[in-house]
Design a protein around this ligand. Structure first.
Ligand SMILES: [Zn+2]
Ligand SMILES: [Zn+2]
Ligand SMILES: [Zn+2]
Length: 155
């Protein structure tokens, strides 16, 4: 877990995001298969959190043959485990991680109206939340920090 902003934080988009995701996955000894690349590319196209069903649907249409949501699920889980994707728990959906080389306790602002999830990294908040847990003898593995409300456009 990164402890400060002193690290070389890099946000990616477009082609470089896909390259960064591939590097992060292969660096952890996993293969970057054609199917994994398709799922990641499809996920990265979504501006809002996407479910395994959304992605399976779109891939099925694009490939002209059915892609099972279950196989998409397994790939998304692998992506989350390797920091390529982020799970927005309160939406039960996924976003491509724009900083696959860099671990953070990502904070999400999730709009109840349009479903948009804005992503923020704040080491101070992360330290405070982890500290609250540690002070009670609880070992924090993965803080889930999500704020539900209305985005600027919907407010
Ligand atoms: Zn970072
Ligand atoms: Zn983040
Ligand atoms: Zn909204």
């Amino acid at each position: 877990m990164a402890q400060s902003h002193a690290h070389a934080h890099k946000e990616h988009s477009g082609e470089t995001l896909i390259e960064a995701a591939r590097d992060a996955l292969t660096n952890s000894g996993e293969q970057w298969t054609g199917m994994r690349q398709s799922v990641f590319t499809e996920l990265a196209r979504h501006e809002r959190p996407a479910s395994a069903y959304d992605i399976a649907d779109n891939l099925s249409k694009a490939r002209g043959k059915r892609v099972a949501p279950n196989s998409v699920y397994r790939i998304l889980d692998l992506f989350v485990a390797n920091n390529l994707a982020l799970r927005v728990e309160s939406s039960n959906a996924y976003l491509a991680n724009t900083h696959p080389g860099c671990e953070h306790d990502c904070i999400f602002l999730v709009c109840d109206e349009c479903g948009e999830a804005t992503h923020i990294d704040d080491e101070e908040v992360s330290r405070t939340v982890r500290g609250l847990a540690s002070a009670r003898g609880f070992k924090p593995e993965r803080p889930v920090l999500e704020i539900r409300g209305l985005c600027r456009a919907c407010a």
